[in-house]
Design a protein around this ligand. Structure first.
Ligand SMILES: [Mg+2]
Length: 173
């Protein structure tokens, strides 16, 4: 069950304390796309996200869009935010996590994954040993496969809560 527990849990990408991440030696942020930086109905990044990403770049972070969605979905975000991108990432498989770290020459302690899915973003990140940051999903609407995973996630969250390992809405960093 511990593999689903994030290192940090925040309400959204806007409430994460990025300076704390810098002070912990994080240099590269892998951002999930769907329901983390945009709901499914949004096809391009909004101004608020653009502003945040600009600030993060100025702080010195290397930003990579790290999504299970195909290139077609990811492209307008990659271009609009002017960041690197890994689409079809097949999270929670560790494979693409590891290849990104190899390509850009980062070690485990320098990378964090930020996403809304315990089963994909957090389980995958924990398996490879990078810092994992969970945020609440932006919208209820999901792809069918994600919706099925969310149903399973609810059961996991209940178990975690019963064991006092994780509680929805109880944020920490
Ligand atoms: Mg997501």
């Amino acid at each position: 069950m511990e593999k689903y527990v994030p290192d940090i849990y925040q309400k959204s990408i806007f409430t994460i304390n990025y300076d704390t991440l810098l002070s912990r030696g994080i240099k590269c942020l892998l951002f999930d796309l769907d329901n983390t930086i945009a709901p499914l109905k949004e096809k391009t990044p909004n101004e608020k996200v653009k502003t945040l990403f600009q600030e993060l770049k100025e702080k010195g972070f290397h930003l990579i869009l790290f999504t299970n969605s195909p290139k077609m979905r990811a492209r307008p975000f990659k271009d609009g935010l002017e960041i690197d991108c890994c689409s079809c990432a097949r999270k929670p498989s560790p494979k693409k996590f590891l290849s990104v770290m190899k390509i850009y020459k980062y070690n485990f302690s320098e990378v964090a994954i930020i996403g809304d899915s315990m089963m994909d973003d957090i389980a995958g990140g924990n398996e490879v040993g990078i810092t994992t940051i969970l945020v609440n999903p932006l919208a209820k609407r999901e792809y069918p496969i994600a919706w099925l995973k969310r149903k399973r996630e609810k059961k996991i969250v209940k178990k975690l809560r019963d064991n006092d390992l994780f509680t929805r809405g109880r944020y920490y960093e």
